[in-house]
Write a protein that binds this ligand. Structure first.
Ligand SMILES: [Zn+2]
Length: 452
């Protein structure tokens, strides 16, 4: 049993009238965000200018508050002037825009001070008309309707869902789940509601706790396991990709927009674009579905899962690899396997980025200096092993854990394949989340490989 924060997302089927209301709320969110941004930006610019005149800190224009609370207070004073139509939407629409702004500004400030990990963030940007529509509700009456085919949203009322909400409704009825917030969004030509839920999960432990499996994400297939199993691409993927290419050719023949000549796109071009958007969403859904089925099965079966730490953003920059890598969704696989492993108490072992899983022979351990991407079969000159390239890589990944001598119960990992200087990172998945992520889980610790 573990208590975790999980999202439940349902597609919505609002009618035309309700869709207008949803759009209005998302627009209100954008208005509040942009209003707050303009205000903070003007204040910062003003103070920067005053400093160049040589004014002391005490004489500067006082700074405006960046906190969600402060922004909300100022908005409530200004809303009659800024947005006289504010009463049309739930106040939550404006609050969610201001809360997002407070987060964005906080992230920017932390990044500038160097207290935030990751790449440096720029100042938040204004939300244009093309930015994604979304709106979050954190207070008020939201939740599931009793008929399991509608959700309730504050001010908006009942909205029909595309599918049954049964899975979440049962948890709520049983008292094992509590809905914390609801976010409405428009993605890929469709409305969604996503509930953030605090839920007590009872995931079964893996069927074979002692078993180790290496997963190599394939280029031709979805994945290859070290057990020798090949997982094919999801069924709907190939036809959808073919159709996508057809639609893109069709769009190219029609009159699209041109910024330089200010040409407006034709209605036929727009129609094709709508279809392209929907198809993109269908392709992404097929892929995600395939990955979910794979990761669930892995976490239900094996006690340890070994995956590669691929430099995904680096690989997508290589144009010849880009489509294939982005296609199979390596980052998504990693995200899914890590949280499912945490729920089921499965270890996830992430091999170091520089570990040559493809170039090493899984039979004798000899590392090849060169292996072209077009070589689909691994041939070892030292021991004569001939094996599918992806299967060879998957076996090497599994071997990373097999060769370790420590007991799995303490979670300590030592050792590396002999003669391999690559370090290996370990993620210890614990099954005891307390609502917040368990300390250490989710973030990988770097361990030094002891000399062999
Ligand atoms: Zn060999």
């Amino acid at each position: 049993m573990s208590c975790v924060i999980q999202a439940y997302r349902f597609a919505l089927d609002p009618g035309p009238a309700l869709e207008r209301v949803l759009r209005s709320h998302c627009g209100g969110q954008r208005r509040a965000f942009n209003w707050g941004m303009a205000r903070v930006k003007a204040n910062l610019d003003q103070r920067a200018a005053e400093r160049t005149y040589g004014l002391g800190e005490a004489q500067l224009t006082p700074s405006v508050s960046w906190s969600a609370y402060g922004l909300r207070k100022d908005w409530n004073q200004a809303k009659d002037m800024v947005a006289p139509w504010w009463a049309e939407n739930s106040k939550e629409a404006y609050s969610s825009g201001l809360a997002n702004l407070a987060t964005a500004l906080g992230n920017w400030a932390d990044s500038r001070k160097g207290t935030r990990k990751g790449r440096r963030l720029g100042f938040p940007r204004f939300k244009g008309k093309r930015s994604g529509l979304s709106c979050r509700f954190t207070t008020g009456a939201f939740g599931l309707a009793d008929d399991r085919r509608h959700v309730t949203l504050p001010r908006i009322g009942l909205v029909r869902t595309h599918e049954s909400t049964r899975k979440l409704a049962r948890h709520v009825a049983r008292g094992s789940a509590r809905i914390r917030s609801a976010t409405v969004s428009y993605r890929g030509g469709r409305w969604f509601v996503s509930f953030s839920v605090e839920i007590t999960r009872a995931d079964p432990a893996p069927a074979r706790p002692g078993s180790v499996v290496g997963v190599d994400l394939g280029v031709r297939s979805l994945a290859v396991l070290s057990t020798g199993e090949t997982i094919a691409n999801p069924q709907h993927l190939e036809p959808a990709l073919r159709q996508l290419r057809r639609l893109q050719r069709q769009a190219a023949r029609r009159t699209g927009p041109d910024r330089r000549t200010r040409r407006v796109p034709s209605n036929r071009w727009r129609r094709t674009q709508d279809r392209v958007t929907r198809l993109h969403a269908a392709v992404a859904n097929a892929r995600r579905d395939g990955l979910h089925k794979l990761t669930t099965r892995l976490a239900r079966t094996h006690g340890t899962v070994v995956i590669e730490d691929l430099n995904v953003s680096g690989m997508t920059r290589n144009r010849r690899l880009a489509r294939q890598v982005a296609g199979v969704g390596m980052a998504e696989l990693r995200r899914q396997i890590e949280y499912k492993a945490r729920w089921a108490g499965v270890h996830v072992h992430v091999a170091d980025r520089w570990y040559p899983s493809s170039k090493t022979c899984s039979g004798c351990g000899v590392v090849k200096t060169k292996l072209r991407l077009s070589d689909r079969v691994y041939r070892c000159e030292a021991c004569g092993l001939v094996l599918d390239r992806d299967l060879n890589a998957a076996r090497n990944l599994a071997a990373l854990v097999h060769r370790q001598t420590s007991s799995p119960s303490c979670g300590a990992t030592r050792n590396e394949p002999a003669g391999n200087p690559g370090k290996t990172r370990t993620a210890r998945a614990t099954g005891t989340a307390t609502g917040r992520p368990a300390p250490g889980a989710g973030q990988r610790r770097r361990r030094k490989a002891p000399a062999a």
